[in-house]
Design a protein around this ligand. Structure first.
Ligand SMILES: [Zn+2]
Length: 431
């Protein structure tokens, strides 16, 4: 099935037609977590969303290669290791494990590759050395910096360079205040030998080099949180442009942030809910909450909101289970044929999941009187499969008999028996 897919372009703020580099193949890179603290619900948003994106492309028969990295070299890890008096490796291994457990807990498939920055340090050093030889990078006593004026900088945020100043780095030897660090010279914490002495690569260098090594210029979509657009992604783009003369990625998908009770969920502010603390029975409701919002929109998460989505999803599940009961005897006779086009069209328009959710609500509203009962039933099951949400459609034989007896009793106008059987079905959660 050939579908015209459109993806939002942050540069011109317009939807643009998507074309993969290789036919029916797609490479996606998503910036993964810096493993110095717990994996929270804000981190879970891209995990859930990109699992959905992968399922969608697979449904269109694309071969999807989803890569999401682990940032295991970072000042935050080093600070945490000093604080807790254990090694950086122990810190990063502990939270890498929590990240992998979180993927399982959310029932999201693991990315096809999860590269770690520490496995690419040699490549990073060679990369920086070559940029230095070509005058894109210069050295000071404190480290090595990228000359942002050497490339067309700021293309993604579509802003003038002087508005994109990161004030974090205070090195008075820098040629230009806006130049960013690609290598930090240090004797403190995790460090590696390099032609410039001991030190460690900068975060932007890490992602740029992993991207380059893994995809070699064949990256279709680069993803990550909207807050990574600047400086992280701008810097990644600049590094790759300088190194290869080409653009890093053809398309960008930035997910909106997830606030917690109106404040940004963030590890550094200690304002977060761990994925592990999400009640197991509400994981599906959380995924439903995430995908009920457009990926670019912010979400203001609260327990109240989660409970609201839980209630809605339970109601939908109940309706689907009842539908299962109704069609169970005839189920095999009906081909699982239904028209995917309306939903696929919504996804093709910049992943419009809220519109799909509206469609689900509309189907559920009239499911009892639906003439194409079987096709809408299979459509719902398929939508929830794409969303990665489990809907129980197993019904015991005994319950089917109760349902049939109920139908028979109503036909015979034996209302007493019908009421009794109805109550039985209600007790079992079908009604
Ligand atoms: Zn990154």
């Amino acid at each position: 099935m050939i579908k015209k897919i459109q993806i939002y372009n942050p540069k011109n703020r317009k939807l643009e037609e998507f074309n993969s580099i290789e036919e029916n193949k797609i490479n996606i890179y998503v910036c993964g977590p810096t493993v110095y603290d717990h994996i929270h619900l804000g981190n879970a948003r891209p995990i859930i969303f990109f699992d959905f994106v992968k399922k969608f492309f697979e449904d269109l028969n694309y071969e999807v290669n989803l890569v999401s990295n682990i940032t295991d070299i970072d000042d935050k890890i080093i600070n945490r290791s000093i604080e807790e008096q254990i090694t950086e490796k122990e810190i990063s291994e502990k939270y890498t494990k929590e990240y992998l457990n979180s993927l399982d807990y959310l029932r999201c498939r693991r990315p096809d590759l999860i590269p770690k920055a520490t496995d690419y340090v040699d490549s990073m050093i060679n990369f920086i050395q070559e940029l230095k030889t070509n005058n894109y990078v210069y050295e000071t006593k404190q480290g090595l910096y990228f000359r942002i004026n050497s490339v067309d900088y700021g293309v993604l945020s579509n802003q003038k360079v002087d508005r994109l100043i990161s004030k974090k780095n205070q090195d008075f030897e820098k040629e230009n205040e806006q130049d960013f660090s690609v290598w930090k010279k240090t004797e403190l914490g995790l460090k590696f030998d390099s032609p410039w002495g001991e030190g460690r690569p900068g975060w932007h260098t890490e992602c740029a080099v992993m991207n380059h090594k893994i995809f070699n210029g064949q990256l279709d979509i680069h993803g990550g949180g909207n807050d990574l657009k600047f400086p992280h992604h701008e810097n990644e783009i600049a590094l790759i442009k300088a190194f290869t003369g080409k653009k890093l990625s053809n398309y960008w998908i930035h997910n909106g942030r997830l606030d917690f009770n109106n404040v940004k969920m963030s590890k550094s502010k200690k304002n977060f809910v761990r994925v592990a603390d999400l009640p197991k029975e509400k994981v599906d409701a959380f995924k439903f909450l995430i995908l009920s919002h457009h990926y670019r929109s912010p979400i203001n998460y609260s327990e109240k909101l989660l409970n609201e989505y839980d209630k809605i999803l339970q109601n939908i599940s109940k309706k689907i289970r009842f539908a299962t009961l109704k069609i169970s005897k005839k189920r095999d006779k009906f081909l699982k044929k239904f028209d995917k086009a309306p939903v696929l069209d919504m996804i093709c328009k910049d992943f419009d999941t809220p519109n799909i959710v509206t469609r689900v609500y509309n189907i559920i509203k009239k499911i009892d009187i639906e003439e194409n009962y079987f096709s809408v039933f299979h459509e719902l099951i398929w939508i929830f499969h794409l969303f990665g949400i489990r809907i129980n459609t197993e019904v015991p034989r005994k319950d089917i008999s109760i349902y049939e007896e109920w139908v028979e009793a109503r036909e015979k106008k034996d209302y007493e028996t019908a009421d009794r059987l109805r109550n039985k079905l209600m007790g079992k959660g079908y009604l």
